[in-house]
Structure formats: structure tokens, C-alpha cells
Design a protein. Structure first.
Length: 52
């Protein structure tokens, strides 16, 4: 589960980077706010996977 947790947290960081790129003016498939929601969900699942 440790590996899964790290992968989910990595995905959250990537989603935050995509949100920052979208904020600068170039949306990548989703809007910036949607990327932030994706990051939050991935981070929550990452924490849950680490605790379990």
C-alpha cells in the first residue's frame, strides 16, 4: 500500500502542476479548478492508502 500511496500523492502533485499551467492561460484538458479537485481527491486517497 505504501507504493500506491506514493503514486496517488505523485498524481496529486502533477494535477497541481496542471492547475498552475492552466492558471497561466493554457488549459490542459480540464480547467484549473477541476485539476485542483482532482488533486484533492488523489491526495485524500493517498492518505487513506497510507493509513490503511
Amino acid at each position: 500500500m505504501e507504493r500506491l500511496s506514493q503514486a496517488l500523492m505523485g498524481g496529486a502533485v502533477i494535477a497541481i502542476v496542471f492547475a498552475a499551467i492552466g492558471y497561466l492561460g493554457t488549459d490542459l484538458w480540464l480547467a484549473s479548478t477541476q485539476w485542483l479537485l482532482v488533486a484533492a481527491v488523489l491526495a485524500l486517497f493517498g492518505v487513506y492508502a497510507k493509513v490503511s
